[in-house]
Design a protein around this ligand. Structure first.
Ligand code: GLN
Length: 200
């Protein structure tokens, strides 16, 4: 049994919860999903999801509720995190916006709504390292990943720009992997150890 926490202070929670359950099932695991709105639950979670939504609100509530330091401890312990869209903005080193207090879980800087200024929302098939076939990526007012630290691996690009990265146990995407039926990104973020073991 895997205990998965979905940060639920604001943003799209239920789609991620279903995707995590389906991703776990694909690895013959069962997942119990905990919606996290207060401190004290994260320490019991094996994996964590930081969903999309509104990064200014999410970052404020994470600090207000005392959840932010627990997220850092989770990453320091090497436990997996998937951070999507606004979640990636919050997890970044810097979002170049005083209204977002970033957590520094992923050594990237991001530009909020950078894709959105050009076009509000779109879907594109993208190649992701570790996946055999393109992933249908849904971008909604997506952040642009800008500066990338040395510890960061780029997993996917769209038009020459990074849109999925991994920094240690944290996978971050500019897009919304929970909005399609494809749960391979959730599997990659949370079960890649199992995938490696299976390959051995
Ligand atoms: N642009 C939004 C923000 O800055 C994120 C959009 C999203 O999560 N779909 O919070």
């Amino acid at each position: 049994m895997i205990h998965a926490g979905v940060i639920a202070v604001q943003g799209d929670v239920s789609e991620h919860a279903r995707a995590i359950e389906r991703a776990a099932a694909a690895h013959d695991e069962e997942a119990t999903v905990h919606e996290i709105r207060r401190a004290g639950i994260v320490p019991d979670c094996d994996v964590l999801l930081l969903p999309g939504g509104e990064s200014t609100t999410i970052s404020r509530l994470l600090r207000q509720e005392g959840i932010a330091p627990e997220l850092r401890d989770h990453v320091v312990a090497g436990k997996p995190v998937l951070a999507t869209c606004a979640g990636l903005i919050v997890a970044a080193r810097d979002a170049k916006d005083d209204r977002v207090e970033t957590l520094g879980l992923v050594d990237v800087t991001v530009d909020r709504n950078a894709f959105g200024r050009q076009v509000d929302s779109f879907e594109a098939p993208i190649d992701v390292a570790g996946l055999d076939d393109p992933f249908p990526a849904v971008f909604i007012r997506a952040p642009l990943i800008d500066e990338i630290g040395e510890s960061v691996e780029v997993l996917a690009e769209w038009e020459g720009r990074p849109v999925a990265v991994r920094d240690g146990p944290v996978v971050g995407t500019s897009f919304h992997p929970e909005l399609t039926a494809d749960v391979r990104l959730h599997r990659l973020a949370f079960f890649s150890d199992l995938l490696t073991e299976a390959a051995d």
